[in-house]
Design a binder for this molecule. Structure first.
Ligand SMILES: NC(=O)c1ccc[n+]([C@@H]2O[C@H](COP(=O)([O-])OP(=O)(O)OC[C@H]3O[C@@H](n4cnc5c(N)ncnc54)[C@H](O)[C@@H]3O)[C@@H](O)[C@H]2O)c1
Length: 335
């Protein structure tokens, strides 16, 4: 069986994807900075039917990538290693952001081209490509919403889409770009390379500490989240799609979660009984810094639906599932 390579597979999105691939019996190769997956992934993943290899290396190292492909037959690639830089990091080291997020992906594609065995590449793009447009359009559509990325991270994600699809075409690789929405859920942690962790992680951490969460006054700005388990299924839909009609596909929930934050917090409160929540009174400071002050458009999910994927988890159900996962992890009782 051909292996599936996931660079950055020890990161947040990568672990969700690797877990879902192993669950369906795939041979998965993780390549990244980490020598091993974070606990409890090694013991948990060992119980799944697939086969896992973890190879430590840097996607800026072309020789290491060529060696990786030379030693095993790789049939599909998710070149997901990236630095999700916030303003301070992009100002301090813009070259590194470009080197890892763009050149690292292109180096991985070049190694895949040379191997000659790769049948599908799923490129890691992001909702960040919409940038300014996210505040100007109520629905962010792959075909009609102009990408106007703001951050260097968003610029690299757009470049990965365009350069990745172009070179894949020239090099005989079959690529699809996933515009991944803001994600939360199991396996999220600070890898030291992602400067903005999800709002849901902050809420869940406060809930686990039994704190009172004071939200900003309602109404909160519109925001589209995707649950990480849903995202993993969407990425696998892109892996499996035969002759996909679209080469750029939003993977998001297509839903504004702002009206559902209360239901999400109720789900956390049921799992972590000490937790309480309320909205701030006028003039009171929220207990949590909010991720966004302006409403954002939701992402269109018609193209993903054409490939047979729809998110399974509504907001409250996603939070309940996440809370159950956190509880099980805390009690070291993951199935
Ligand atoms: N988390 C989100 O909400 C989100 C949204 C849109 C797109 N994405 C994309 O998903 C992918 C994964 O992001 P994530 O959220 O899991 O981030 P993460 O920080 O949790 O994981 C990134 C992984 O890449 C690895 N990595 C970084 N630099 C590397 C290098 N030079 N060589 C080898 N490995 C390296 C890290 O060690 C880590 O394992 C990225 O391409 C990101 O742009 C994520």
């Amino acid at each position: 069986m051909d292996a599936i390579l996931v660079t950055g597979g020890a990161g947040f999105v990568g672990l969700n994807l690797v877990e879902a691939l192993l669950a369906r019996g795939e041979h998965v190769v993780v390549f990244g900075r980490e020598a091993q997956l974070p606990s409890p992934a090694p013991s948990l993943f060992a119980r799944l039917p697939g086969r896992l290899e973890v190879v430590q290396g840097d996607v800026q190292d072309g020789a290491a990538l060529r060696d990786l492909f030379a030693r095993r037959r790789i049939g599909a690639v998710f070149p997901f290693a990236a630095i999700t830089a916030g303003p301070e990091r992009e100002a301090a080291d813009p070259a590194l952001v470009l080197d890892v997020n763009l050149k690292g992906v292109l180096a991985t594609l070049a190694a895949a081209r040379d191997a000659g065995t790769v049948r599908r590449v799923v490129l890691p793009s992001s909702a960040a490509v919409y940038g300014e447009s996210a505040y100007a359009f109520p629905v962010l559509d792959e075909a009609t919403t102009p990408p106007v990325p703001i951050s260097l991270y968003g610029v690299t994600k757009y470049a990965v889409e365009r350069a990745g699809l172009r070179l894949a075409g020239l090099w005989g690789l079959d690529a699809v770009a996933a515009r991944i929405g803001a994600t939360f859920g199991p396996w999220e942690r600070d890898t030291g390379l992602r400067d903005t962790l999800s709002l849901h992680l902050a809420l869940a951490e406060a809930a686990q500490r039994g704190e009172q969460v004071v939200l900003p006054p309602a109404p909160l700005p519109a925001y589209d989240w995707v649950y990480s388990r849903d995202l993993a299924e969407g990425l696998i839909a892109l892996l499996d799609a035969r002759d996909p009609p679209h080469r750029v596909v939003n993977l998001a929930s297509g839903t504004d979660w702002a009206p559902a934050y209360g239901a999400c917090l109720e789900a956390l409160r049921r799992a972590f009984p000490g937790c309480r929540w309320r909205h701030a009174e006028p003039g009171e400071r929220p207990s949590i810094s909010w991720n966004e002050s302006r409403p954002r458009g939701v992402m269109a999910i018609g193209r993903a639906a054409d490939l047979g994927w729809r998110p399974r988890f509504a907001p409250a159900a996603a939070s309940a599932d996440y809370a159950a996962w956190l509880l099980a992890k805390r009690e070291q009782a993951l199935p």
